[in-house]
Design a protein around this ligand. Sequence first.
Ligand code: KMH
Ligand code: ZN
Length: 303
Amino acid sequence: MAKPRKVIITSAVTGAIHTPTMSPHLPISQDEIADAAIGAAEAGASILHLHTRDPEDGRPSQNPEHFLPVLEKVSSNTDSVINITTGGSPHMTVEERMQPVSTFKPELASLNMGSMNFGLFPMLEKYPEFQNVWEREHLANSRDLVFKNTFADIERILEIGSSNGTRFEFECYDISHLYNLAHFQGRGLAQGPLFVQSVFGLLGGIGGHPEDLMHMRRTADRLLDDFQWSILGAGKSQQPLATMGVTMGSHIRVGLEDSLWIGPGKLAESNAEQVMKMRAIVEELGMEVATPAEARLMLDLKG
Ligand code: KMH
Ligand code: ZN
């Protein structure tokens, strides 16, 4: 009998896009972020995509001192793959964004495959008041925000990875990002198995329509060699696109970084809740969630 296919679930537990006013369930302090990650791991996430925040006001932070307690607590309570962001917040410099990966040399890190507009300002309409001034500025200033990921930036982060044994979650927000990744694979700077995270539904990137997903998939198949494909749908596209993706052979990413919701108009109360919902769908479809050991094998991680 054929063995069930294994699906890697990544949980992205807090990110740098959503702000404290948007959900009381968004993890902010180091303990909250670590506990949320541990809960997601217990629910079936084998990869934990981590950002941190300044516990004073919930502002995104790439300060290694804010990462350290999170990493210590998560790694002593789970055997999950730790994936540290190099995206940080689109408001930060690339220098600032790279600090934690240079310091902690994780087995996996995100790598954003092109520069783009990052339009957060439509969210302003939903929130008449904010707990902190920075939250309004973070959204409003995105009208004039470029998330900078030049070829030189990408090359530098690839070099840091290759000197530390860190492999990458290649975040591709548009078709051109797949071409950029193919360029680096062609030059031998990005090596298989590539972990391709296709990102849908952010203003500035490709949309969240099923046709967008089909086009990403066809383009990735045409351009890339030796890759594992994963789907990240932002906001309301999270669960529908993840479900569509798994039926087409993808892995999936969920988490409050990407969507605050568990259903229409209903806030997710935890990262674990989103993992459990997607895990149930995966299992109903006759597949199994990958363990951390299986994810390491599929992605050729150093462990
Ligand atoms: N917030 C996600 C859409 C990163 O951390 O490198 C993109 C992200 C970027 O995860
Ligand atoms: Zn992230």
